[in-house]
Design a binder for this molecule. Structure first.
Ligand SMILES: Nc1ncnc2c1ncn2[C@@H]1O[C@H](COP(=O)(O)OP(=O)(O)OP(=O)(O)O)[C@@H](O)[C@H]1O
Ligand SMILES: [Mg+2]
Length: 478
């Protein structure tokens, strides 16, 4: 059921975090702040009242999550009770896929309607978004401080820094920490498109404006209305477009290609470049007046070699980001490998480091990244005595995010699917384990009803005959 519902929701384009355990799910309520919680009434057979617990938790976070209960026929009464306690709706098993989809849509439009409490959400998003930015060095702390200061303004920000230093990440952080966060964030790489296409991409065009313009087309500025547009590699923007961009910044209006009537847009502009624009200005390929317009607030991203002290943190962050499919645990790294990584200068900055870790994880065969798994250049500087080295253990982020790094959405989902279920020892066999669980469960039901088998059967949602059969099975296994 969990898998089916998960796939269904994903196919509808939702981000889904499946849990088969109520504690992990409750934890995710805090870290993910979902819009919607879909829960079975009977989640964890060792706990009462299961789904009701989840409901109460989901309703108590801010903003409260909308809850849909899934229930068996025998428990409809409880489901109705759940609705009184704040569930949005319930679905009785078995249900039709279309009914489920409809129910989800209604619930989500409801939750959208009640989420006008933008400021609360902003605080939460803020927490979430900043967690993806790693760095305790002074250099990175300065960047974070700057983001906090300017995020919620409409100022144009120019993000400067070498390739791979995290400029786009910063642009996103600015957007998601501004009041524009619910409107689109639209990134565009100015060097990726030829001049004529870039113009119509940015500003749109009228039907017939040029060969191939068979319909009217909205430009990205219009798409981003109310939100943020991120102009990456602004230094490569062709001169003609620079003047048009300048006009947009000054007049707050755009004109589609082939159109005489300008349209007003409300867009915040962020730009990034990995080259010094001053040089382009001297060469005459970048407009000085545009430069001053864009450079209202500059944010300088340090090169990784300038804040090497963050390197181990980043390595751990990237190791945690991908769990070893063999055991569901984060990858680890040897101390020697980490040392070698720290000695490198990283001209490609954080991106290069991230790629090296990704490669290492893919190549290593026992979940530990060793020197041999690093890119070839590291092999040359390593000595043979570096093998079989001490391992730096990378712990999965604990369920309670007490340290500064809280899980990213992806990590949380991965951790949830692979979460250790709390078994201290390996279990003899699945069959034995299930029998033990079933036995304990039946005994609990019987204890609750004072040994009354009929009442226990009702409690469990099975027929009395089934209960008798189950009791016989657990008492004298075949
Ligand atoms: N401080 C950081 N913490 C965590 N991840 C980071 C950090 N800085 C960069 N990264 C990661 O490094 C990668 C490169 O970052 P990003 O794409 O933002 O760089 P960029 O400056 O835009 O590079 P380019 O100039 O090549 O486009 C991304 O995967 C990003 O998530
Ligand atoms: Mg970039």
């Amino acid at each position: 059921m969990l898998q089916m519902v998960t796939e269904l929701l994903r196919s509808e384009g939702h981000e889904v975090f499946p849990f088969s355990n109520i504690d992990a799910a409750a934890e995710a309520l805090e870290t993910q702040r979902p819009d919607l919680v879909v829960t079975d009434l009977y989640l964890d057979k060792n706990k009462t009242p299961y789904g009701l617990d989840m409901l109460q938790k989901a309703r108590s976070v801010t903003p409260p999550a909308t809850v849909i209960m899934i229930t068996g026929f025998a428990t409809i009464e409880t489901a109705v009770d759940a609705m009184k306690k704040g569930a949005f709706d319930y679905l009785a098993k078995p249900f039709k896929i279309d009914d489920f989809k409809l129910c989800i849509r209604r619930a989500l439009s409801y939750s959208e309607a009640v989420s006008e409490n933008v400021y609360l959400r902003k605080q939460l998003k803020k927490k979430y978004q900043f967690n993806q930015l790693i760095g305790t060095s002074q250099e990175m702390q300065d960047v974070f401080k700057m983001i906090e200061r300017v995020a919620d303004t409409d100022s144009t920000v120019l993000i400067l820094g070498e390739s791979g230093t995290g400029k786009e990440l910063i642009a996103r952080a600015l957007h998601y920490n501004s009041r524009r966060q619910f409107a689109p964030f639209v990134p565009i790489n100015c060097s990726a498109l030829p001049e004529n296409l870039l113009e119509s991409e940015l500003f749109g065009h009228r039907k017939g404006a040029f060969t191939g313009a068979v319909t009217d087309k909205k430009g990205l500025f219009q798409e981003a209305d109310g939100g943020t547009i991120f102009l990456d590699e602004i230094g490569t923007m062709p001169a003609v477009l620079q003047s048009r961009l300048l006009r947009v910044l000054q007049e707050k209006e755009v004109r589609r290609v082939g159109d005489n009537v300008p349209m007003t847009v409300n867009v915040r502009v962020l730009a990034a470049t990995n080259e010094t624009l001053e040089k382009r200005i001297k060469e005459g390929t970048f407009r000085e007046d545009l430069y001053y317009r864009l450079n209202v607030i500059p944010i300088h991203m340090p090169a990784l070699r300038e804040h090497k002290e963050d390197l181990p943190l980043l390595v751990v962050h990237f190791l945690k980001g991908r769990l070893n499919p063999k055991n569901g645990k984060p990858y680890q790294i040897t101390r020697k490998a980490m040392e070698l990584l720290s000695q490198h200068d990283w001209p490609g900055n954080v991106r290069e480091l991230e790629n090296a870790i990704e490669r290492g994880c893919a190549l290593c065969d026992d979940g530990v990244v060793r020197i041999a798994d690093l890119p070839p250049m590291f092999q040359k500087i390593a000595s043979s005595s570096d093998d079989n080295d001490e391992i730096i253990e990378v712990k999965a982020t604990p369920p309670s995010p007490s340290d500064t790094q809280i899980r990213t959405a992806k990590e949380a989902a991965a951790a949830a699917t692979h979460a250790p279920t709390g078994f201290a020892q390996p279990i003899a066999s699945l069959k034995d384990f299930l029998r033990e669980q079933e036995s304990a469960y039946l005994n609990r039901a019987l204890a609750q009803t004072g040994g009354d088998k009929e009442a226990a059967a009702q409690l469990l949602g099975v027929s009395v005959a089934t209960l008798y059969r189950k009791l016989a099975e657990v008492e004298s296994p075949a």
